[in-house]
Write a protein of this length. Structure first.
Length: 269
């Protein structure tokens, strides 16, 4: 069987894609459909047939696609990617694909968003503000406004993101508090492969008292959820008692300010 005919038998008849690593389902009359199209319909679009609950998997089709020597579509084809390669080239592409799903960097959001739409999501959902462009190796200083309740209330959760653009990438300094612990790390809007090229240093210093805490670690990829970051251990953790020794009194609308300084550098520099 030639390549064109084989592809016509294996591809999803609705979107005509041959998606990599996708599940295929069948209605009660055996019409196949890929999982991306299945999620968009209620009845079979080929014969208005019903699907069982849960739908029947077409594992034979899935296995044939995984073994066939054919150009296949990126697993993000259903979200807009038009890339089509043989499997050995496609796999590296998918880790960098602009149409892959990533968790929103806002620690209290974490909604899965198409990477190419992340900026729009942040503007619409989190009141996006202009992101400053900086030079490589520059220090990024932020003073986080805090109330006494933010620090003392064990039940209170606290989330802040600070972002900047450096070396052509968007970086996020992420701060979150849960129970009595405060955590901070840096995330890059890039794949795990590209994130591995960067390291960060975070410094929390009260220049009046001389209290100082500092840590250096690897930058986290945008693909990682908060849960995965926490499992990695590559972040700075401070207790509320330590936070109290680092905060500065605020003369404005808040009681205190927490001074943080982030620096990102390429590994080896």
């Amino acid at each position: 069987m030639d390549e064109t005919k084989l592809r016509s038998h294996l591809q999803c008849p609705v979107c005509t894609f041959l998606p990599h690593n996708a599940k295929f389902f069948a209605c009660k009359n055996g019409h196949q459909i890929c999982e991306h199209c299945y999620d968009k319909v209620k009845i079979c679009p080929q014969g208005r047939c019903q699907y069982s609950s849960p739908p029947t998997r077409e594992r034979l089709i899935e296995n044939m696609i995984s073994e066939a020597d054919l150009k296949i579509n990126c697993q993000n084809a259903g979200r807009g990617c038009h890339v089509e390669f043989f499997r050995d080239i496609l796999i590296p592409h998918e880790s960098e694909c602009l149409f892959r799903l990533v968790p929103c960097p806002e620690a209290d959001c974490q909604r899965l968003v198409v990477l190419s739409q992340l900026e729009d999501h942040q503007d619409d959902e989190h009141g996006g503000i202009p992101i400053p462009h900086t030079t490589e190796g520059e220090e990024h200083s932020f003073k986080i406004a805090l109330s006494h309740e933010d620090i003392a209330d064990v039940q209170d959760e606290f989330y802040v993101n600070k972002s900047w653009i450096e070396g052509g990438f968007c970086f996020y300094g992420i701060i979150l508090k849960k129970t009595n612990s405060w955590h901070t790390w840096v995330t890059i809007e890039a794949s795990p492969k590209r994130a591995a090229m960067w390291k960060y240093t975070v410094k929390v210093e009260n220049k009046v008292t001389g209290a100082l805490v500092e840590m250096t670690g690897p930058v986290m990829p945008v693909d990682w959820t908060v849960k995965k970051v926490m499992e990695s251990g590559f972040y700075l953790t401070l207790t509320s008692a330590v936070i109290e020794s680092l905060i500065e009194e605020d003369t404005g609308d808040y009681e205190y300010k927490l001074p943080l300084v982030y620096t990102v550098k390429k590994v080896g520099s």
